[in-house]
Design a protein. Structure first.
Length: 581
């Protein structure tokens, strides 16, 4: 749910497991499972293997507690807990233990929205302002942008909204209500015109959930209980933290081996759901059954198809990306629908393969900065279940399309693409020319790219399409690949940038800043510096700032950065200047 965890996943996926965009002329519902399906798969060997492996993996990664569930159609194959709910080690994790789902909440919120749409209460393409007429947001792209935002935009992260609100976010420990959190969204700036870019945003899902409450004339929490949890018999699930804390088996979040205090999560629709693997198995079964519960349809077939379809895709045949509250990807010979969650000391993953009618739920009470154990276990479990069900491992589909012949480019054609580009994770990546070739650099990895035109480049795991303005200067690059949702990275700076104005008043902003994360449990650092006459802020990478007004700047990733005295707000994350600056 927080940007840092999403950033981690995007960075890891993008760097090591992405490939060229796959567009094949089929939809989820058109792909058929293999003909050699076993009538009664024997899952007992894989369950035994997972029972042995999971505790070992937990020990290696310092995970106190974890629960897993395997689903085949409407049948719960296996559900079990491992480890303990907290540091006292008095209460063991079971299949009924409640975990904070974090961003997996988004998938449940989107499902609830589509159930309401099935009943005709609202529509995907209704404007947000139809139900929140007083809603406003700041914009550099025209005053009419706010009127363009629809629920389809919000549920697919295409609303142009930033990730965090000024009040009630992962980096703010100020006590607030959900209503106060929503009200503060009007103090944010759009990072892009509505519909133009995919930008992962808690705010979009929160606004959609808030509108559900307005339309149903009840709290969002009560709406979800009445319309989703009760019909699906998810008896332990709740968006009410007080209710969750009363559960005798409630997992406590951990970061870096430290148990975190219970902290109210104001991003309720986007990350405030609590559930068990047994309840979430029912949720996955509901989706595997095509939106039906015990044969009774709760969600219209056409809306379920919309949910599983990448929104605002470049072509109608593109079958992976982000749908409505769900990630859609190619997995072996099938389509995988999934979502991750991470924050406040929890990580989670739900995944299912509609063609094979199998699914996995993994919940853990620890957040790691380098990997996600639930995601890792889910991948292994899906592979093992398909092997058990069909007798052999599913084949890989070829992921890389034909990109045409490799061409040679002049040195000046390559050099105009050099520079750093802002990643939506808050960091930067670099393109650099060496030995007559263009290299892509992220973290400690350096990849040589093949040129297919003056603006299109690939490696065996990436596709990059550079965008140029009329003068031939690069403005950004569209990076695409497997599990990669068309990330557009704007140019941050170039080696040949002329010196900036280096205004004297900027010197007061320079220095080290400290913020907080996860309810104030951990410090977060930021640095402001002047380079080549421009102001830069370093969050996860050095981002160049453009002045918009006195004390107000925008970083190259579209986020606002403002200064007032010894305080800085960067991407709506509050920081205070260190006194020794």
């Amino acid at each position: 749910m927080p940007k840092c965890q999403k950033a981690l996943r995007l960075a890891i996926i993008f760097l090591f497991t992405s490939s060229s965009v796959l567009t094949i002329p089929c939809a989820v519902a058109q792909v058929k499972p293999p003909a050699h399906t076993k009538s009664q798969p024997d899952y007992s060997p894989l369950i035994s293997e997972l029972r042995e492996k999971i505790p070992q993996m937990m020990a290696q990664k310092n995970i106190p507690g974890l629960a897993v569930a395997l689903i085949d159609g409407e049948k719960l194959v296996w559900a079990e807990g491992f480890g303990f709910t907290d540091d006292s080690k008095k209460v063991k994790v079971t299949e009924d233990t409640l975990f904070a789902l974090q961003s997996v909440s988004k998938t449940c919120t989107a499902t609830g929205f589509l159930i309401a749409a099935t009943k005709g209460w609202l529509k995907l393409d209704d404007p947000l302002k139809k139900y929140l007429p007083a809603f406003t947001v700041k914009s550099r792209f025209g005053a009419d942008e706010v009127n363009k935002i629809t629920f389809r935009h919000l549920l697919s992260h295409r609303g142009g909204l930033c990730h965090e609100a000024p009040v009630g976010n992962n980096f703010d420990d100020t006590l607030c209500t959900f209503e106060g959190h929503i009200k503060s969204v009007s103090d944010t700036w759009l990072i892009a015109p509505v519909g133009e870019l995919y930008r992962y945003s808690n705010l979009g899902i929160d606004l959609a959930g808030y509108a559900l409450g307005i339309r149903s004339r009840k709290s969002f929490e009560q709406f979800m209980k009445d319309e989703l949890f009760t019909p699906l018999e998810m008896t332990s699930s709740t968006f009410d933290q007080k209710e969750a804390l009363r559960n005798p088996s409630f997992a406590r979040g951990h970061v870096s081996g430290r148990e975190l205090p219970d902290t109210f999560i104001p991003m309720i629709p986007a990350g405030g759901m609590y559930s068990s693997v047994k309840d979430m198995a029912k949720f996955v079964s509901f989706h595997l059954a095509g939106g039906k519960m015990k044969g009774k349809p709760l969600l219209a077939e056409n809306l379920l198809k919309e949910m599983y379809t990448p929104q605002f895709a470049a072509t109608k045949d593109e079958i992976y990306g982000y749908g409505l509250g769900i990630e859609v990807e190619v997995w072996k010979d099938a389509t995988r629908l999934s979502h991750d969650g991470g924050g406040y000391g929890f990580t989670s993953n739900i995944s299912w393969l509609p063609e094979h009618q199998i699914g996995v739920v993994v919940l853990a009470n620890a957040l790691r900065s380098t990997d996600s154990l639930p995601w890792e276990i889910a991948n292994q479990a899906l592979m093992m279940m398909t092997q058990a069900k069909y007798g052999s491992a599913p084949p890989d589909k070829p992921l890389a399309p034909s990109d045409g012949p490799i061409v040679s480019l002049q040195a000046e054609q390559l050099r105009r693409l050099e520079g750093t580009y802002s990643h939506q994770t808050g960091g930067v990546v670099t393109f650099k020319v060496e030995e007559g070739a263009l290299f892509y650099i992220q973290g400690g990895s350096k990849v040589k790219l093949d040129a297919h035109s003056a603006t299109k480049f690939t490696s065996n795991i990436h596709t990059f399409n550079f965008h140029l303005d009329r003068a031939g200067k690069v403005t950004g690059v569209l990076a695409q690949g497997w599990r990669n949702i068309g990330i557009f990275m704007l140019i941050n700076d170039r080696p040949d940038d002329p010196p900036g104005p280096n205004r004297p008043e900027w010197q007061a902003f320079v220095g080290e800043y400290t913020g907080k994360i996860f309810g104030g449990a951990f410090p977060r650092r930021a640095t402001v510096s002047i380079k080549n006459g421009y102001l830069y802020v370093k969050r996860d990478g050095w981002l160049k700032l453009t002045e918009y007004g006195p004390g107000l700047f925008f970083s190259s990733d579209g986020e606002s950065v403002s200064f007032q005295g010894d305080r800085m707000s960067s991407a709506n994350q509050p920081f205070v200047k260190n006194k020794n600056n």
